[in-house]
Design a protein around this ligand. Structure first.
Ligand code: ADP
Ligand code: ZN
Length: 609
């Protein structure tokens, strides 16, 4: 029997004092205060917050307030050191235990834990479950268990880890130590699995809203993906770090090489790369500024580089959940960020194919198809993107004013005749061809393929010459999204669905979105930092502060944001503190960082003013 029942908040500090003194933040966000209160008093908790919502504080502060060490279980060994570094900068006694750490260091950490000299220990589940670690926990005072990325316990979730499932042992072996499960994954079956496995029935659930208002969403139809990507990055994010997602390993390599050729620092990242190369690229991404990582979806879980300013998809993601999680990696520091998706009919076909040819059960496939339909609905909506996304998660909002459709409401037109032409063309060419070929037939092209099949003689040949190829692409995308057409999983040919046949037979009407032509669009802001400053002097000061930060970071071998976030530097520019006292008022400047870095940054500000 452990003595954890006797634990009670013993520290005189209050949670708010720690937030302000140690972290340098003014107030709690959303449900943070409630969660911290509940867990500090010994309760179990299930915490669902979007990425960047501020989950870490929810277990860090109770670990500081309660007696004993806070044990944080995380699947992401590669990122543990980063988290530990960031906490140490704040003066918090943190350590990691995993396979990359030497035996000597681990022994030292264990002794420190026994002596009660560690506030937080980060450990991979495999490691936690080993006998030696369990024995340590039997002996040491434990403040709490925080199970981060808790969706990994669920086979429904997208990151199932068998070791996570075994964490059910925590409830049996340490029943009175508070257990917290934290995740950003929304769906109900996953939630149930987590609560079940970690025995959180008696705990409290804290479910935050899903909105990430600082992320600008836009989705564009594909006509030339590279040109579209390039103008997006050049116009809005030339000075920023970002993530570009691609569908295949080969494409990530090619796209990274191409971006480098365009003058950016871009690195590929995918599961097929050698492990040490992957590690190196991840480290560079975390350490450097103005860097782009080009990745398959294998990349990203738990990435908490706070200054990722954009997440761009070269092709459609798997479904809305995946999309929201991937785009959620942008703008964790709360500053404006953007998400761009380039979406083509062929991508949709490819995703359908993945589902169809997977080894999943028929029931599971049906679910996946529905999820894909919801994603296509998001792509084709003429309404607010954010409303569609939040609605998918059972949340809601007013039209957001920060997505492409809010800023430039798409024009719609009576698409009845156009849809009839498209569907007939698919039908008359025997439902065997993809959008490119059917478009050529509609536009009356004379090429060898068309002549070879004799399709220049059919009634639909040339009836769509008034539309450009791009306009027809947009029409086909919408007809697929509306489920009037489907794409043959094996060969990529377009086929009429029952709904498509009914549409033709019953002479239904239909409104469609107009394809975007090169017209000037209202666009979002320039780079986040520049926008907030009024004049050149401030921009220069901001850059000087950044330079000091880079230098300090380099000396210690940590990423610049571990020293201070951009938001903190921005605050310095706006407030121009001239004493240590006024420096302490700046967002993100806690006592430890004030000591360490206050003088250096004050020096730069004094020189500029
Ligand atoms: P999550 O784990 O939920 O994705 P984090 O815990 O990493 O999110 O927090 C995201 C960012 O927000 C971090 O940079 C963190 O320092 C910052 N943050 C968290 N809580 C607050 C707060 N109360 N005030 C200001 N910044 C906060
Ligand atoms: Zn909107």
């Amino acid at each position: 029997m452990t003595d954890t029942l006797l634990h009670s908040p013993v520290s005189p500090d209050s949670a708010l004092e720690i937030l302000q003194k140690t972290y340098g933040f003014d107030h709690f966000r959303g449900a943070q205060a409630e969660v911290i209160d509940h867990v500090t008093c010994g309760g179990h908790a299930f915490v669902l917050m979007p990425t960047g919502g501020g989950k870490s504080l929810c277990y860090q502060i109770p670990s500081l307030l309660r007696n004993g060490v806070g044990v944080v279980i995380s699947p992401l060994i590669a990122l543990m050191q980063n988290q530990v570094d960031a906490l140490r900068q704040l003066g918090i006694r943190a350590a990691a235990v995993n396979s990359t750490i030497s035996g000597g260091d681990i022994a030292e950490t264990k002794n420190a834990v026994l002596r009660g000299e560690v506030d937080l220990v980060y450990v991979a589940p495999e490691r936690l479950l080993m006998d030696d670690f369990m024995h340590l926990l039997d002996e040491a005072p434990i403040a709490l268990f925080a199970i981060d990325e808790a969706h990994c316990v669920s086979q429904w979730g997208h990151d199932f880890r068998p070791h996570y499932k075994q964490l059910s042992v925590l409830a049996e072996r340490y029943p009175s130590v508070p257990r917290m499960a934290l995740t950003a994954t929304a769906d109900a079956p996953t939630r149930r699995d987590i609560i079940d496995c970690l025995k959180l029935e008696d705990g409290q659930s804290f479910i935050a809203g899903f909105d990430r208002p600082n992320i600008h969403y836009s989705i564009v139809g594909k006509n030339n993906a590279r040109a579209q990507m390039l103008s997006f990055i050049r116009e809005h994010h030339a000075q920023d770090s970002g993530i570009v997602y691609c569908l295949s390993r080969k494409l990530t390599e090619e796209t990274a090489a191409w971006l480098c050729g365009e003058g950016f620092t871009a690195l590929p990242y995918h599961a097929g790369m050698a492990a040490d190369m992957r590690k190196k690229h991840l480290e560079r991404f975390l350490q450097e500024e103005k860097i782009i990582i080009v990745a398959t979806i294998a990349f990203g879980m738990g990435i908490d580089k706070p200054d990722v300013r954009f997440v761009a998809h070269m092709t459609i993601p798997k479904n809305i959940e995946a999309y929201y999680q991937e785009t959620g990696r942008a703008g964790r520091d709360g500053l404006p960020a953007s998400a761009l998706m380039i979406y083509g009919a062929q991508d949709a076909a490819m995703q359908r194919n993945f589902v169809e040819t997977s080894s999943a059960s028929e029931a599971q496939k049906r679910i996946e198809h529905q999820k894909l339909n919801a994603l296509l609905g998001l792509c084709e909506t003429a309404g607010c993107r954010r409303q569609v996304i939040l609605d998918y998660f059972g949340d809601s909002c007013a039209p957001c004013g920060n997505c492409d459709t809010c800023l430039n409401p798409p024009e719609t037109f009576d698409g009845t005749v156009v849809a009839q032409k498209a569907l007939s063309a698919v039908y008359r060419t025997d439902q065997r061809f993809g959008t490119g070929y059917v478009t050529d037939v509609l536009r009356g092209k004379e090429n060898a393929r068309i002549l070879g099949f004799g399709h220049e003689k059919i009634s639909v040949y040339g009836i769509g010459a008034d539309f450009s190829a791009a306009e027809w692409q947009a029409v086909f995308r919408q007809l697929i999204a509306l489920n009037l057409l489907k794409v043959d999983a094996q060969y990529g040919g377009l086929q009429l669905t029952q709904a498509g046949l009914d549409f033709l037979k019953e002479k239904k009407t239909l409104r469609l979105r107009k394809a975007e032509k090169g017209k000037k669009r209202k666009t979002l802001r320039k780079a986040a930092a520049e926008q907030s400053f009024a004049d050149e002097v401030d921009i220069a000061l901001f850059n000087d502060l950044k330079a000091v930060r880079t230098e300090l970071a380099r000396k210690q071998g940590v990423p610049p944001y571990v020293i201070f976030h951009d938001k903190t530097l921005q605050d310095m520019v706006l407030l121009k503190p001239d004493t240590m006292e006024s420096m302490a008022m700046v967002h993100g400047v806690g006592a430890s960082k004030l000591d360490k870095y206050g003088p250096a940054f004050l020096g730069v500000i004094r020189k500029a003013v």
